[in-house]
Ligand binder design. Structure first.
Ligand code: NAP
Length: 233
C-alpha cells in the first residue's frame, strides 16, 4: 500500500487554511504533517515560518492559502525543496505564473494552481464560456466577503479569459458573503444568468483534496481544476 501523502499547510491559521487542515486529516491516504503560519505558536509540526517547516523535510505536498504578497515566495521555496505545490491563493501576476511554470517544468516538483476549487464554480466557468459563444454580450459580477485582499477575484479573471471576449467585471465586497459569482449574458430580447454560490469554505475542500492526491502525477504546472474533473479538460 502507498504511504500516506504528507501535507504541509501554509497559512494554516487562516480561514481557508484551517478548513484545509480539517479536510486533509479527514481524508484517506493523507495527513497534515506540518503547518506554517505566523499566527501559530505551539503544536506538533507547527512553524511560524515556511522555511523552517520545509527544512523539517517531512512534506510531499504543500497547500498554500496565504496572501497575494507572500504566495510567490512560498511556492518558489517549496518547489526548490522538491515539494509539490497546490496553490489556492489568488492574485499571482502573469509574470509570476510564468516563473512558477518554468520552475515546475525544470525541477522535480509539480505545481497546481486553481483560483477556485469548488466543483460548481468550475462548471459555472465552463457554462459561461459555452454561453458566450451564442449570446451578444456579457458582464461578470463577483461578490466576496469584505476581508478578501484582491479584486477582481481570480475566478472572475479566469472566467473572462475562458469567455474570450473580455467581459466587464464588477467586484462587490460585503460582510456576510463567502464567494459568489454571476455571469449575465444578453441577447435579442433575452438574458441568461449563470450563478454560483460557495455557501461555506467546505465547498472548496473536495477539490483541494483531489488536487493534493493528483499533483504528484501531473508534471509541470497545471492551471485550474478542469483537467482533474473532466476527461476532456
Ligand atoms: P486569511 O484568513 O487571511 O488566511 C491567510 C493566512 O495565511 C493568515 O493566517 C496569514 O497570516 C497567513 N500567512 C500570510 N503569509 C504567510 C506566509 N508567508 N507563510 C505562512 N502563512 C502566511 O485568508 P483566506 O480567506 O483563508 O484566503 C487565503 C487565500 O485563498 C486568498 O488569496 C483567497 O483569495 C484564496 N481563496 C482561494 C480559493 C480557491 O478555491 N482557490 C477559495 C477561497 C479563498 P497573517 O494574518 O499573519 O498574515
Amino acid at each position: 500500500m502507498a504511504s500516506p501523502i504528507r501535507v504541509l499547510v501554509c497559512g494554516a491559521a487562516g480561514r481557508m487554511g484551517a478548513a484545509v487542515v480539517e479536510a486533509v486529516n479527514d481524508s484517506e491516504g493523507m495527513y497534515v504533517a506540518l503547518r506554517a503560519d505566523p499566527a501559530l505558536t505551539t503544536g506538533e509540526g507547527v512553524h511560524r515560518d515556511l522555511g523552517a517547516a520545509l527544512a523539517a523535510g517531512e512534506a510531499d505536498v504543500m497547500v498554500d492559502f496565504t496572501r497575494p504578497d507572500t504566495v510567490f515566495a512560498n511556492v518558489t521555496a517549496a518547489l526548490a525543496a522538491g515539494v509539490h505545490c497546490v496553490i489556492g491563493t489568488t492574485g499571482l501576476t502573469d509574470d509570476q505564473l510564468a516563473e512558477i511554470s518554468s520552475r515546475a517544468e525544470s525541477g522535480a516538483a509539480n505545481a497546481l494552481i486553481a483560483p477556485n476549487f469548488a466543483v460548481g464554480a468550475v462548471l459555472m466557468m465552463r457554462f459561461a464560456a459555452e454561453a458566450s459563444r451564442h449570446m451578444l454580450a456579457a458582464e461578470v459580477i463577483e461578490l466576496h466577503h469584505d476581508k478578501k485582499l484582491d479584486a477582481p477575484s481570480g475566478t472572475s479573471l479566469l472566467t473572462a479569459e475562458l469567455m474570450g471576449g473580455d467581459p466587464p467585471i464588477h467586484s462587490v465586497r460585503l460582510p456576510g458573503l463567502v464567494a459568489h459569482q454571476e455571469v449575465i449574458l444578453g441577447g435579442l430580447d433575452e438574458t441568461l444568468t449563470i450563478r454560483h454560490d460557495s455557501l461555506s469554505r467546505r465547498s472548496f475542500m473536495p477539490g483541494v483534496v483531489l488536487a493534493v492526491r493528483e499533483v504528484g502525477n501531473r508534471a509541470g504546472l497545471t492551471l485550474g481544476m478542469e483537467a482533474l474533473l473532466f476527461n476532456d479538460g
